[in-house]
Design a binder for this molecule. Structure first.
Ligand SMILES: Nc1ncnc2c1ncn2[C@@H]1O[C@H](COP(=O)(O)OS(=O)(=O)O)[C@@H](OP(=O)(O)O)[C@H]1O
Ligand SMILES: Nc1ncnc2c1ncn2[C@@H]1O[C@H](COP(=O)(O)OP(=O)(O)O)[C@@H](O)[C@H]1O
Length: 424
């Protein structure tokens, strides 16, 4: 019998935990999202599932025949991950027999409450806050908003948490069916929340971001207070600005000038994470292979998201050549409650090469630097940039004005660049 490790992401690990808790089928092939079998496995082998923190927490033992590369076989628990045991236990101890569960990944409002009351009738109701990986609301924010519902405040309903992850690739009906299955496995009937209400989730987010009033009668005062605390207006949120572009495109120069303006005119504190500086401090020892560049940009994104979490602005200026890692930076910023803006400094390669301030392009052309971006290493052009600037034909002041105009249009900075603020 051979043992094969298999590293899985947080959402898949949450699914596996639910299966081990008896809330999903115990065969790995039945998980909502199948796991891809590691290369070279044979029936009877053992696959050890390892989470993002490198903890081996479950095994598929023995592996059965896997169809189309899909892993199959019974799941076995090796150990609990973090505090998940407690989370699930809280759900598995129902308030009373006949309880009706209401699984939800978002706060509830008046129309949701009406649906729960209609479907549950006089049965005891437990709101199940879904707190697994990828759910749209941070667990504490979601629970705080649910706890503000009058039925909860007055003790008629209870709130529990369950680390069920989001499955963004599943159709909505399948996701709803999965929620029903999990509730049924916990021994309770469940309520189906209305899909469409007076405001979509996106519309509600936008109103909160703009600091606008919610429609009269949409929700309860306590819930609105909790929403506004979790999702303050944009001007009060943290901000991550990522400049990406070739070496010599002008990222550092524009980023530095933008930071100067932000320090002068914005109420947030501002941190500059420039490529060169990061490489001597945060990422010293890393080179320019794909994994090293990915780790470098991921580190920058992590620090930037932490700055954003505390309400500051982080301006980052690495080459960041890979789209997937730029997406990770966006996800980290958003998960920290910060806004994210991507600026592509799209100066043509010929212009960057002609500038060649550090003589690196010349060396790369002579073959002395084996993996040089744009010459012998890839740069994936962003298809999702919020702004594209070409410093070959745009003077520095104008580049800064364009970035500022974008931030102002998004409500991320209060004032326009001109006229200059009056000195007190
Ligand atoms: N092989 C190779 N490819 C690209 N760049 C190289 C390389 N070797 C050294 N340098 C210098 O390192 C700077 C880029 O570092 P970054 O951290 O921004 O790169 S990355 O985001 O991790 O890809 C970059 O600085 P900038 O000119 O400020 O972009 C280069 O001066
Ligand atoms: N409009 C412009 N914006 C930014 N940089 C410019 C501009 N015009 C010329 N440059 C010059 O281009 C070079 C860009 O270098 P740098 O900002 O270090 O780029 P990067 O950080 O992308 O490697 C600098 O020498 C800068 O003076």
């Amino acid at each position: 019998m051979t043992e094969h490790p298999l590293r899985i992401d947080d959402a898949r690990a949450d699914d596996v935990e639910l299966a081990l808790d008896g809330l999903l089928a115990a065969d790995v092939a039945e998980l909502p999202v199948p796991l891809v079998a590691p290369e070279g496995i044979s029936p009877g082998d053992r696959v050890v599932l390892v989470d993002r923190e490198a903890v081996p927490f479950a095994a598929v033992d023995p592996v059965a025949t896997s169809a189309e590369g899909r892993l199959a076989g019974p799941l076995v628990r090796l150990r609990h991950r973090s505090a998940r045991e407690l989370d699930t236990l809280r759900l598995l101890v129902p308030a009373a027999a006949g309880t009706v569960l209401v699984p939800t990944g978002r706060p509830l409002h008046r129309h949701d409450v009406a649906a729960v009351q209609e479907q549950a009738g006089p049965a005891p109701v437990v709101l199940v806050a879904l707190t697994g990986a990828g759910q749209p609301w941070a667990p504490t924010d979601l629970v705080r908003a649910l706890e503000q519902l009058p039925d909860v405040v007055e003790g008629r309903w209870q709130v529990r948490t369950l680390p069920l992850p989001a499955h963004p690739d599943l159709p909505a009906e399948q996701e709803a069916a999965l929620h029903r299955r999990v509730c049924a496995a916990a021994g309770a009937a469940s309520v189906v929340l209305p899909v469409a209400g007076p405001l979509s989730d996106d519309e509600l987010d936008e109103l909160l971001a703009a600091g606008g009033a919610l429609p009269a009668g949409f929700t309860y005062d306590g819930v609105e207070g909790a929403l506004r605390r979790s999702r303050p207006p944009r001007a009060e949120r943290g901000l991550v600005v990522l400049f990406t572009g070739l070496s010599g495109s002008g990222k550092s120069t524009v980023a530095r000038a933008v930071v100067e303006q932000l320090r002068e005119r914005s109420t947030r504190t501002t941190t500059l994470l420039d490529g060169d500086v990061v490489r001597t401090m945060l990422s010293s020892g890393l080179g320019f292979s794909r994994p090293d560049r990915e780790l470098n940009v991921r580190r920058i994104g992590w620090v930037a998201a932490e700055v954003g979490r505390h309400g500051g602005t982080a301006v980052c200026a690495p080459i960041a050549p890979y789209a997937a890692v730029r997406d990770e930076v966006r996800a980290m910023a958003r998960a920290a409650g910060a806004e994210y803006v991507l600026v592509h400094v799209a100066t043509p390669l010929e212009v960057c090469e002609a500038r060649d301030r550090k003589g690196l392009y010349a060396k790369a052309r002579r073959g002395e630097i084996p993996e040089f971006t744009g010459i012998s290493d890839p740069y994936e052009e962003p298809a999702d940039a919020d702004l594209r600037i070409d410093t070959a034909d745009t003077p520095l002041d104008e580049c800064v004005a364009q970035v500022w105009a974008l931030l102002a249009a998004r409500g991320l900075v209060q004032r326009s660049l001109s006229p200059a603020p009056a000195t007190p």
